[in-house]
Every structure is written in C-alpha cells, then in structure tokens.
Design a protein around this ligand. Structure first.
Ligand SMILES: [Zn+2]
Length: 378
C-alpha cells in the first residue's frame, strides 16, 4: 500500500490516482505548498503506484501492492527508474561524471547518511551542511542518464526536491529537459517557495497546491496508520501545526525530556550569580547533536511551555499543554508575575524563525537566553 502512509491531502491523492487511471500522467508536475507538509513523500508514493507490478484497482481507485520488487525499491529509494535531485555542497573543482565525485569524504558520508534517512522515512527533511544549491552538474548527470535506455521497464521518475534551490545555470539546464519531454518520464518538482522558481519552468508543469493538514486528521492517521497511541497522537498532532513532517518527528523523541532541558536552561540563565558558566554548559550539551530539526522542536516545546505560563496568568490555567508540569508552571508564573511573558514568547518565536537560516545554534541560544534574562530579571 502507498497512499495510506501519506497523512492528509485526500483530494490530491484522488487527482493523482485519476491521472494514472485515465492515462493522463503529465510530463511534469510542480507540488507547491508550505514546508513540512509531505510533498516529497506524496511524489514518491505517486511514483510507486504508477510503477507497481500488481497495482490494486478497486472502485475507481488505484494503489500500490506494497510487496512487489518495484514497490520495495521505491520504499528504499533504490528503484533504477527513480532519480532524486537535491542541493549539494560545493565540491572540488573540475569535471567529473557524477556530482558526488566532487565531494570530499566527509561531505560524501553526510550525503549518504541523509539519503539513508530519507529512504527510511520519506518525510525526512534532508539537511546537508553547505548544500545551498541544486548544482548544474547534478542536472546534467541525470540528463545523461535519461539518454540511456531503461534498465527495467516502466515509467521513469525524477523528483527535484526543493526545486527553488536551483541556481540560474541549473534552472536553464533543467528547462531544456522540460522543453523536450520524454514520453516515459515524469518529473515532479517540490517547493515551498514557488515564487523563487523561474516562471518558464512553472508554466511547463502541472501545478498541484498543498495546504496544511487539519490537526484532527493528523491525529487520526497517526493512530490508524502509524501505530501511535491516543495520547502521543494527540500531543504530536497539536504540536505539528498542520505539518505531518513535524508530527512524525515526535515518534521517537521524548517530549518531556526535551522540554525539561529547555526549562532548565531558562533556570540557569536566571541565576543571580555566575549564570554564564552553567548556561553555556547547558547550551553546549543541547546543541552537541548539531541537529537543527531537534533544536527547532525544542524551541517550539519551550514556547508552548511559556504559553502555558501565560495561560495560567490570563486564562486561569485551564487546558495547559504541559499539564504534567503544571506545578512548575504555576510556581514560575508566581515568581515572575510582573514580567512581560508575551515579550518572552515573542523572543522564542524570533529564534525559531532563525534556526533554519545560517545562524550558529550556540549563538542563537545565548542571545535568546540573555534576552530572556533581561525580560525576567530587569
Ligand atoms: Zn507493487
């Protein structure tokens, strides 16, 4: 099966199935919509269904069997008819056949790790250090492959993830591929910044617009298709803000421990004396994993905790998100009742928006907790 692992977007599943059933698959699609909503995952599911050897047809629906060789190869992204194009860091200069040959060992290892993570979870957002652009060498590499005949029968599928990261050179090289469509090739570009794409590219693609998934829907599907118990599905869906990617990041994480680490950092930053030393130790420990998604989530959790402080103050403490930590929340609110809690929440918000830009995580946290110290102690 394939579609049921895609959380939400029922209408889009319907459209894509109709394209398969009516034999009207486009040469190129552009999946646009907010980040973290499952555009790549949907594209892979689409490719899997259209290549399945024993596709299941039922009441005008079509789904992958999930067990044939082709399905398995799409599951782990190793299908010979599948190409994933994504941003890579600048490698060594010089001509080489493959864009990967230009990378040094460390870069190559990182790319492999990220590809492995993506193959295990199609919702995984690949984060590769210094990978700001989709390189023209990558586009040319795939184009050369397209000139060769298929090693296995079936439709070939190219997924350009975060297609807005193509620079002008790669976009132009890519445009030529779109202008001379191959009959047996489907290209899907995904982007959360469609405004950053060349209009000439957009105009050659069938546009599919994605929207945030309703929180109740996420909760339901986490329970039915991902084996979440009701409580964790509830928490993960509330936290997701409509993004299945973020909801799924909670599958393996310990929310309470992450939140406590952040609250502990606040505690360190509010010490009257010698706060720098203990704060910097806490920050070093938190960012030691260098995982920006984790930092993003930790900050979101911390923000929800501060919101609970505000809810306790202005809303009488009903429906706290962190109901397990209500005693600490009430104590904190009593101790800092005359301080501007809304300003504190805004500070965390500002830090959250900076996480995925090129800001040093340690610096970001130092700045945040110094600002919070100003708010709560001055
Ligand atoms: Zn199959």
């Amino acid at each position: 099966m394939s579609w049921n692992k895609i959380i939400g977007h029922e209408k889009i599943k319907r459209i894509l199935q109709n394209d398969i059933l009516n034999n009207s698959i486009a040469n190129a699609y552009c999946f646009v919509g907010p980040e973290g909503i499952g555009k790549d995952a949907m594209a892979i599911a689409f490719a899997k269904v259209m290549n399945c050897k024993q596709a299941v047809h039922e009441n005008n629906t079509v789904d992958a069997c999930g067990v044939c060789k082709s399905c398995q190869q799409f599951d782990n992204l190793s299908h010979p008819n599948f190409e994933l194009i994504f941003s890579l860091p600048t490698g060594k200069a010089g001509d080489s056949e493959s864009p990967f040959e230009k990378l040094d060992n460390e870069q190559f290892a990182e790319v492999r790790r990220e590809l492995q993570a993506k193959s295990e979870n199609h919702y995984h957002k690949m984060e590769i250090k210094g990978a700001n652009f989709i390189r023209v060498s990558f586009i040319r590499f795939v184009k050369r492959k397209l000139l060769l005949s298929n090693s296995v029968p079936g439709r070939r599928f190219i997924l350009v993830s975060r297609a807005d990261e193509m620079n002008v050179e790669s976009a132009n090289a890519f445009l030529k591929t779109l202008e001379e469509p191959h009959n047996d090739v489907t290209i899907v570009l995904t982007s959360s910044k469609a405004e950053g794409m060349l209009p000439t590219i957009m105009s050659r693609c069938r546009k599919v617009q994605f929207s945030p998934v309703e929180v109740g829907q996420i909760k339901k599907e986490l329970m039915v298709n991902y084996g979440f118990d009701e409580e964790s599905a509830h928490t993960a869906s509330l936290f997701s803000g409509g993004s299945p990617v973020r909801a799924l990041q909670f599958e393996s994480s310990d929310l309470a421990a992450s939140r406590n680490a952040m609250v502990n950092m606040l505690r360190q930053s509010l010490k009257r004396k010698d706060f720098q030393l203990s704060l910097s130790a806490a920050i070093e420990e938190l960012v030691s994993t260098k995982d920006k998604n984790k930092l993003f989530n930790d900050l979101k959790l911390f923000q929800l905790w501060l919101r609970d402080v505000s809810a306790n103050r202005y809303g009488g403490g009903a429906n706290l998100f962190n109901s397990d930590d209500s005693l600490t929340i009430i104590k904190f609110d009593n101790a800092f009742r005359d301080k501007n809690i809304l300003k504190a929440i805004e500070e965390v918000d500002a830090s959250i928006t900076l996480v995925h830009r090129n800001v040093n995580p340690q610096l970001l946290l130092y700045k945040l907790f110094f600002n919070l110290r100003e708010i709560f102690l001055v």
